[in-house]
Design a protein around this ligand. Structure first.
Ligand code: ADP
Ligand code: ASP
Ligand code: MG
Length: 504
């Protein structure tokens, strides 16, 4: 069995959904598949937007609702003739409208209601896509993930109860032999019986949970790019898909902002040693990325560069901190009591200051709480009031082989320096899989591109390869080039780029 997950862009239009069907159909000829789908691209944001407007008593929420409804009804009609499916989708839209009216009336949007609200995206898309399979006489069934994935009640980013969830998934799939099962990603059921969700981007995680529970041969994440790239392809034109990457490296890259994979996705498949492939729905023949335990020794020490935006730094400083035990404990306890995630920590060996990176949205709350915790020391001038800096980003170099290479941080900082990019803080994990620097947000694009050039493009030796053919049909030539590309990557770890095709 295999698990395939398709993201928002992949299911973003009836035409794209046909591409999804073609991929699934091909896979389902060999083995049964579970297909996890996201909401139609942009719908989760629209649902949240409508919800927030309704909660603020702004009647324009109904225009956004109308858009959401139109999209789903139009897509359903384009995908299926089934009156029953259309009725189902219409009923869903009626329930959504009633929920939004409720939010408008009570003037409130709790995390529990947010989960109920955002669940409509995946519920509608999974229903439409199942119908689209059936329309083409492809045997498929729909299963609501809320019957299988059980969580705690921490709404909007619930914690999965793994054992119960695995049992429910195994019990369900052992009794079914339908070749294709379509499930909504992202949504689950809390221990109190309410709809919960796994966090933004969480459909990847749904697919990984299914993969681990069923110990499948492979998990495939189908998206709008051809794999995990050496840097965000939207910001770095020269970025290339990474052919092979370890679980740990992929985890670091996704934690540090490579949005292509929701970070919690990797742990379940890593535990079961299930390979994870990232593939492009719009170019299914492209090789994509394989994430597994196999780390290839010939590969470069740096696998990728990623970044996180909207970061703020908090500095706690003062002579009163030197040699006083328990300062860090009090600091981190304060942050943890507010559920504030610490992205990066640096401490000078003098212990005179501790610097912490947090999401910009959390920084004011964090500052207030820390100053409250250290109110006594601040009043006695032993510790300074917390200093905050905003509009920052973290940029990270990731690679498991970095630890056996010297001079990487030197190269990183000199490259940033040469490009007049000021570094505010630096952190390197003891595992040396990651070197991170905090820089100004405005410098991100320049930093990514200059680091990419320094670490990836400089090393590329150009290999001129001439492929000649007679009666040269474009398609056949491209197929030959693709074969050469795969061969070179597989055996020599060389990335072949086609620079030009000449006709002589
Ligand atoms: P989906 O809707 O399929 O889940 P996402 O939008 O969540 O897709 O993730 C895919 C996007 O991730 C890409 O379009 C790309 O812009 C972005 N991205 C950021 N960093 C990387 C990276 N290192 N490699 C590939 N994609 C990346
Ligand atoms: N639809 C959800 C989101 O936009 C989950 C997902 O797409 O993975 O966050
Ligand atoms: Mg995603």
């Amino acid at each position: 069995m295999r698990i395939l997950k398709f993201g928002g862009t992949s299911v973003g239009s009836p035409e794209n959904i046909q591409k999804v069907i073609a991929v699934v159909k091909e896979r389902a000829q060999k083995e049964n598949v579970a297909v996890v789908v996201s909401a139609v691209g942009g719908i989760t944001n629209k649902l949240l937007h409508a919800g927030h407007l309704a909660a603020q008593k702004d009647t324009t929420y109904s225009a956004i609702f109308q858009e959401i409804k139109d999209i789903h009804l139009t897509y359903t009609k384009a995908l299926t003739q089934s009156g029953e499916t259309l009725l189902h989708v219409q009923n869903l839209m009626n329930d959504l409208e009633a929920l939004l009216q409720g939010i408008f009336l009570i003037h409130e949007l709790s995390p529990k209601t947010i989960d109920k609200l955002t669940s409509f995206g995946e519920r509608a898309s999974s229903m439409m896509i199942t119908a689209a399979f059936l329309e083409q006489n492809i045997s498929a069934q729909h299963k609501d993930s809320r019957d299988l994935i059980l969580t705690d009640a921490s709404h909007t980013k619930a914690i999965v109860h793994t054992e119960q969830t695995h049992t429910a998934i195994q019990n369900y799939f052992k009794d079914t032999n339908v070749p294709i099962t379509v499930l909504p990603g992202f949504i689950a059921r809390s221990e109190t019986g309410d709809t919960s969700t796994l966090g933004r981007g969480g459909s990847d995680f749904t697919a990984a949970i299914l993969a681990a529970a069923l110990q499948v041969d492979a998990l495939e994440i189908w998206t709008d790019v051809s794999g995990m790239y050496s840097a965000n392809p939207k910001l770095v034109k020269q970025a290339q898909p990474i052919r092979h990457i370890s679980y740990h490296e992929a985890m670091e890259l996704s934690h540090f902002g490579a949005k292509v994979l929701y970070p919690p996705t990797i742990a379940p498949v890593m535990q079961e040693n299930i390979p994870l492939y990232i593939k492009n729905t719009f170019d299914p023949e492209a090789i994509g990325t394989c994430i597994s335990n196999e780390v290839n020794g010939k590969n470069t020490p740096i696998k990728g560069i990623s970044h996180i935006n909207d970061v703020a730094l908090l500095t706690l400083e003062g002579a009163g901190m030197i040699g006083v035990s328990g300062t860090s404990k009090r600091l981190f306890e304060t942050l943890s009591s507010l559920a504030i995630n610490v992205i990066l920590i640096t401490q000078a060996s003098s212990e005179h200051s501790i610097c912490i990176g947090v999401a910009q949205g959390d920084v004011q709350r964090a500052k207030d709480a820390i100053e409250n915790t250290f109110a006594y020391e601040i009043s006695k001038h032993q510790i300074d009031p917390v200093f905050i800096e905003k509009e920052l980003a973290i940029i990270a170099l990731v690679g498991e082989k970095m630890k056996s290479h010297q001079g990487i941080s030197g190269k990183m900082f000199s490259t940033l320096g040469k490009n007049n990019i000021n570094i505010r803080a630096i952190a390197q994990g003891a595992s040396e899989k990651n070197i991170s620097a905090v820089i100004a947000s405005k410098d991100v694009k320049k930093a990514l591109n200059s680091l990419h050039e320094r670490f990836f493009e400089d090393q590329h030796q150009q290999l001129n390869l001439f492929i000649m053919g007679v009666g040269n049909v474009g398609g056949r030539l491209m197929a030959q080039i693709k074969q050469q590309q795969e061969y070179l990557l597989e055996h020599l770890k060389l990335n072949l780029r086609v620079i030009g095709i000449s006709n002589r």
